[in-house]
Design a protein around this ligand. Structure first.
Ligand SMILES: *[C@@H]1O[C@H](CO)[C@@H](O)[C@H](O)[C@H]1NC(C)=O
Ligand SMILES: *[C@@H]1O[C@H](CO)[C@@H](O)[C@H](O)[C@H]1NC(C)=O
Ligand SMILES: *[C@@H]1O[C@H](CO)[C@@H](O)[C@H](O)[C@H]1NC(C)=O
Ligand SMILES: *[C@@H]1O[C@H](CO)[C@@H](O)[C@H](O)[C@H]1NC(C)=O
Ligand SMILES: *[C@@H]1O[C@H](CO)[C@@H](O)[C@H](O)[C@H]1NC(C)=O
Length: 726
């Protein structure tokens, strides 16, 4: 039974992951219709609201329908945010005594709140003579006129010869535009006498149609009643109104690399698009691919040497040539050497030597100036970086914004102090509560020095890294302000302080339950696991400790402070020039080798886990928790925690922590594994509480313990005696 539960959990987890990346078995088409994500046919292959039903039992080719409706879709366009659908027309036919038959389909395109009728690619169209038809929309069901929109079209024919092919302008055919935001349509026919025109126009037809598709001809007056017309619908993610809101929402769709958000042009909502220089599907992981401009000379001209770059291309003349290669072929430089040889004389040589000296001097001055400039231009570089695709989600705040938000950086608003500055609580104009990290250059002499430079570097680093993460257990960076010497960072405000304070500054009376401790550990572990496994790059936090884990209003853990973090290619390790970290948490192997790896974070996390179960600080009684042996750790466990969880369970938690702080990096588990284990411990704890120890649970416990047996027999000597000196 326990096995099957685990299996169900793991299946659920895989399913969740699959939905996120749409990478499972998705057919991606229905007959002739290509169905790109976020649309999809099979469960798990589409985003909420973007289901397509594929009916393969229709006899001929399979047909695709929007959601569970009978609206047939024939084309899905991602960059335009449109789908082309095929719907039956409305008509009314006449005989001598009046109306003979009528068909008035009422169509509601508002399926799952996704679709609106495109007002810039369609026209409301009627065909017939002596006809007046209204397009009605936005039904609200009340009163005798239960619609909010009525648009009319009138057509008249004196006789059949007055009808002009190709021109739909009132004779036998009428077209009208209509406003945006409509998502349903029906038609109202007004009767006029048809008796004199029955022989060439027995019916009136009304429909909304793709205006590029439909072209009127006299033959249309006698067209088949049983026909359907194509029209375009605008789709969007409409749960939020604009990109600004969307970027803050949890299921933001434009999260993949080089994907940007654009507001829906038809009513509230947003779409994603690949940023400039990229093409593909912006809704899937790595969907936006660089365009190789050099292979498309028609679109991207280059008369010189073309080099493709990510998101752009470079076009330059060969050496020895000059010109404007984007516009015209390069021309050879005037051959300098030829001139020199021609005019050779001793006087000329002396002049040449002088010129050379001057050139060298000038070059040196230039280099110096450049250096100075590059410092002054730091903000400019930063600004460009912010504006670039990578960090488009960042907002740039003005100093005034932040002064207003913090009551001019009032002392009372300080919620944290660090080595380099302060963190203020602020309230933005839109009532969002934020934390503002302000770094101050305390020493005048420091200005422009290496130290200031390093701080700026750290700042850039943090922006770079945080802008690439979006996880509920990682603190969010909203933006920054560039108007101070060292720019300020604006984060989401996390109100409940740090995990460190939570554990260590607790009133003696109010003990923290084991479940909360395990929950906070699991959430932090999940955040780190996410950083370690994020798509193309790995992010190593580099300074994991309980005072870098914040608690929000729901007591959810959020990992913060990415000043020491590193972004690297997956499975790469990085040798750093100076080791950053905190005594008690820092991985001794990292200290020795200066090689930052994922396992460096695992070590530090192990210490946090020990802090959580013992309630002791990372260095307790002069000895780092990470150095203590198993028995010592068991002896100093928080009493209430042991009472709650029992020695068996607590033993396994301690074992997990010990494994994390193992001297041998290879023997440390991955953060993902740690997160899974912690979740499992929580389940165990709940079971323990729910029922007295049943066989079922005992077997689970044994299972959990067994996986560490190996470690006990092999590793306890090696791993519990860490020679950690820092
Ligand atoms: C995906 O579909 C293929 C072919 O239909 C099948 O062989 C394979 O087992 C499927 N894989 C999964 C994970 O369903
Ligand atoms: C598919 O189309 C056929 C024929 O039009 C219809 O009878 C059947 O109910 C449809 N199936 C689904 C699942 O809609
Ligand atoms: C016209 O059509 C109506 C409705 O079908 C029918 O009742 C009526 O008899 C028809 N009139 C003539 C003259 O055919
Ligand atoms: C309408 O046309 C479809 C396909 O073109 C056909 O299957 C159907 O039988 C037609 N219905 C009528 C009433 O003529
Ligand atoms: C999407 O991006 C491309 C290329 O950057 C651009 O040409 C296109 O107009 C954009 N689409 C929309 C709907 O903005």
């Amino acid at each position: 039974m326990s096995r099957s539960r685990e299996m169900i959990l793991s299946i659920l987890l895989t399913l969740a992951a699959a939905v996120h990346t749409a990478s499972q078995n998705c057919s991606g088409r229905c007959g002739q219709v290509v169905i790109p994500y976020p649309f999809g046919v099979e469960p798990g292959c589409f985003r909420d609201g973007f289901a397509i039903t594929c009916n393969r039992s229709t006899g001929g080719s399979p047909r695709a329908f929007l959601g569970a409706s009978d609206i047939e879709v024939t084309e899905i366009s991602l960059p335009q945010g449109q789908v082309r659908v095929q719907v039956p027309i409305a008509w009314q036919c006449y005989n001598e005594s009046g109306t003979e038959s009528i068909s008035l389909p009422e169509i509601n395109y508002n399926i799952n709140g996704v679709y609106k009728i495109s007002n810039d690619r369609n026209k409301f169209t009627i065909i017939g003579c002596n006809s007046l038809v209204y397009l009605q929309s936005q039904k609200d069901g009340s009163g005798s006129y239960p619609f909010n929109y009525y648009i009319g079209c009138l057509s008249y024919c004196r006789d059949v010869t007055s009808v002009i092919n190709g021109a739909c302008d009132g004779i036998g055919c009428c077209q009208s535009s209509f406003p945006a935001k409509l998502s349903d349509s029906s038609f109202l026919f007004k009767d006029y006498s048809h008796s004199s025109i029955l022989d060439f126009s027995p019916c009136t037809y009304a429909f909304i149609v793709d205006h590029d598709y439909f072209s009127f001809s006299a033959a249309n007056l006698m067209m088949d009643k049983n026909t359907s017309m194509p029209l375009w619908l605008d789709w969007a993610f409409r749960a939020v109104a604009t990109c600004d809101d969307a970027e803050r929402s949890t299921n933001y769709a434009c999260r993949s690399e080089n994907s940007v958000c654009i507001n829906s042009r038809n009513d509230a909502g947003y779409l994603c698009n690949c940023s400039q220089g990229y093409q593909g599907n912006p809704y899937i992981d790595k969907g936006c691919q660089d365009i190789d401009e050099c292979t498309l000379p028609e679109k991207y001209p280059c008369y010189g040497v073309c080099t493709n770059l990510p998101g752009s291309y470079r076009c330059a003349c060969r050496s020895g040539e000059r010109g404007h290669p984007l516009a015209a072929p390069c021309i050879p430089n005037t051959p300098f050497a030829v001139k020199v040889i021609a005019g050779i004389s001793s006087a000329f040589l002396a002049a040449l030597a002088l010129i050379l000296v001057l050139l060298v001097l000038q070059k040196r001055r230039l280099t110096m100036e450049k250096e100075k400039l590059s410092r002054e231009n730091f903000d400019w570089i930063l600004y460009k970086k912010m504006m670039s695709r990578q960090v488009h989600r960042m907002r740039i705040f003005s100093l005034q914004d932040l002064q207003r938000a913090t009551d001019n950086f009032h002392e009372g608003g300080v919620v944290g102090r660090g080595g380099h500055g302060r963190v203020y609580k602020g309230i933005l104009e839109d009532d969002r509560v934020v934390a503002i990290k302000r770094t101050v250059v305390t020493d005048e002499r420091q200005s422009g020095t290496v130290s200031e430079f390093r701080q700026k570097e750290e700042f850039l680093n943090e922006i770079d890294i945080l802008s690439q993460i979006n996880h509920k257990n990682v603190v969010r960076l909203f933006g920054c302000c560039l108007e101070e010497e060292i720019p300020m960072l604006v984060y989401e405000f996390v109100p409940n302080g740090t995990l460190s304070d939570f554990i260590h500054k607790q009133d003696p009376g109010s003990a923290i339950s084991l479940d909360i401790r395990l929950k906070l550990a699991a959430e932090s572990a999940e955040a780190l696991a996410h950083l370690h496994s994020s798509t193309s790059h790995t992010i190593i936090h580099g300074d994991v400790k309980s005072s870098n884990i914040l608690l929000d209003e729901n007591m959810m853990a959020k990992v913060a402070d990415f000043g020491a973090s590193t972004l690297m290619l997956t499975d790469e390790t990085k040798t750093v020039s100076f080791v950053q970290g905190t005594p008690g948490y820092i991985d001794p192997v990292y200290c020795e080798t200066r090689r930052l790896t994922k396992k460096t974070d695992v070590f530090s996390f192990g210490v946090v886990l020990l802090e959580l179960v013992t309630g002791k600080k990372a260095i307790w009684d002069g000895e780092p928790l990470a150095l203590m042996n198993r028995q010592h750790l068991l002896d100093i466990l928080d009493e209430q925690v042991v009472e709650e969880g029992g020695t068996d369970l607590l033993g396994t938690v301690v074992d997990l922590a010990i494994q994390c702080v193992c001297r041998q990096q290879e023997e440390r588990p991955t953060m993902k594994r740690v997160a899974e284990k912690l979740q499992k411990f929580r389940k165990l704890l709940r079971k323990q509480r729910g029922q007295s120890c049943s066989d079922d649970m005992a077997s689970l416990l044994t299972h959990a313990t067994n996986s560490f047996t190996h470690y006990h027999s092999l590793g306890s000597q090696r791993c519990s005696k860490l020679d950690l000196k820092s």
